[in-house]
Every structure is written in C-alpha cells, then in structure tokens.
Write a protein that binds this ligand. Structure first.
Ligand SMILES: [Zn+2]
Length: 69
C-alpha cells in the first residue's frame, strides 16, 4: 500500500488512490487521490507518484475540494 496522509479537508484517514496506467481513451495514464468521507480529491495526474505527492503535500494548486477559503 502507498502512504497517503489523512484528508486535508476533513481529517479522515480512509484515502484511496484511483486511476491507472493507460486508462484514458488515448492510452494515457491517469491517477488521482480521493477521500471516501468528503469526496475531496487532487486533480488527476499522469503520474501515480505525482498524485500521491500532491495529496501528501496538501498542494493547494492541485487540491480539488470545495476550495472554500
Ligand atoms: Zn475528506
């Protein structure tokens, strides 16, 4: 399992890594991280590690939650 930090939006620890290699219609890779409690997520990335990194760093530019505040 990959190491995913708790949700930056709600603090829930049930975090899932979604996507896969070659799942896009053009054969590209698509990965994102999603919180099962509040639905918070990071924008999709072509890289599995990038999606994980964005989530774990709480990258505001990549986080695609409510964006409130
Ligand atoms: Zn959450």
């Amino acid at each position: 399992m990959v190491e995913l930090k708790p949700c930056p939006f709600c603090g829930n620890a049930d975090i899932v890594l979604c996507g896969g290699d070659g799942i896009l219609p053009d054969g590209g890779d698509y990965w994102y991280v999603n919180c099962l409690a509040c639905g918070g997520s990071v924008y999709g990335s072509e890289s599995r590690t990038k999606a994980i990194d964005s989530w774990n760093r709480r990258d505001d530019a990549a986080l695609g939650g409510d964006g409130d505040g």
